[in-house]
Design a protein around this ligand. Structure first.
Ligand SMILES: [Zn+2]
Length: 297
């Protein structure tokens, strides 16, 4: 039995998603979270859900594991869920997304879910399967870019999917130019960026990482970047910006890594990130890392 929770501040988003239906696709719920004092989000990545629901890489059972995580997410009463890509197991079939949506339904029944695309997703199939995209959708050609608006922070979900099942990713020139213009026009609040791909100069990383960080350099209101892809819980700094690598809920590549998700609290002066590890290495389960920031005068 899924736990039925209707958090006060999620009710608006829930009603809007249900009343507006297809209209939500166009408008998103841009301001639904504006009234929330602090923003609480459940952050997930690399759920790798298969249509056949069978265990996959190294015997890890992605469907069962996501099912284990969902009641935990609901119990923390977040205002929304974010998944930074690789929702699907291999190539992003429509049937994969249907199972994914079914598994997260207890969450989407009561709060918005903001989804970014990874290299095991297929953009067209994703659009076919996901009828009500949440977030303030942005006009970037052939990319799924959305913004979660909150009084404390703007969270931008970027699209780094280049080729399905090829490992490297790319924002591309148009998305980078859009981001540059967006950041220049929205300087009154901290911005947090989220995308699927790892950052660096490796062939499996975001291939335009250098251009991406060149464009970010003038914008001191960009406070952190989250990514998935690595299936690793890791915090580090890259060219002066705090980077957070989100854990997977599916398969890990070594016993030192947790399987889980992250409970995030965005305050007006920073964020707290608490690991919720339900399998794999649980040493850091329940531990919180905090980041502090200020807005430039
Ligand atoms: Zn993955």
């Amino acid at each position: 039995m899924p736990i039925q929770i209707m958090p006060t501040f999620s009710r608006r988003a829930f009603l809007k998603a249900n009343i507006l239906g297809a209209v939500a696709f166009v408008t998103g719920d841009a301001f639904a979270l504006e009234g929330v004092p602090d923003l609480r989000l459940a952050l997930m990545s690399d759920t790798h859900i298969p249509a056949d629901r069978l265990p996959g890489a190294r015997g890890y059972d992605a469907c069962r594991q996501l099912s284990v995580a969902i009641p935990d997410v609901l119990a923390t009463q977040p205002d929304g869920l974010i998944v930074t890509g690789d929702m699907a197991r291999h190539v992003g079939n429509v049937a994969d997304y249907k199972v994914f949506l079914e598994l997260i339904k207890p969450v989407t029944d009561v709060m918005p879910a903001y989804l970014a695309l990874g290299n095991h997703d297929n953009r067209d199939n994703f659009y076919t399967a996901v009828k009500e995209l949440q977030g303030n959708l942005q006009p970037v050609q052939d990319k799924h870019v959305s913004v979660v608006e909150h009084r404390h922070v703007r969270i931008i979900l970027l699209d780094s999917l280049l080729y399905v099942r090829q490992r490297g990713g790319l924002l591309g020139k148009e998305q980078r130019e859009w981001l540059d213009a967006y950041l220049a026009a929205h300087t009154d609040r901290p911005v947090v960026l989220m995308l699927h791909h790892t950052l660096g100069d490796g062939d499996n990383d975001l291939l335009d990482t250098a251009f991406f960080f060149d464009l970010l350099a003038p914008y001191s209101h960009v406070k952190a970047i989250f990514h998935g892809h690595a299936h690793a819980w890791k915090r580090y700094e890259y060219r002066g910006i705090p980077i957070i690598s989100l854990p997977t809920t599916a398969h890990i590549r070594g016993p030192e890594q947790p399987i889980g998700w992250v409970e995030a609290l965005f305050r007006n002066d920073g964020m707290d990130l608490t690991l919720r590890a339900f399998s794999g290495n649980r040493d850091e389960d329940g531990k919180t890392v905090s980041y502090a920031w200020t807005m430039p005068g």
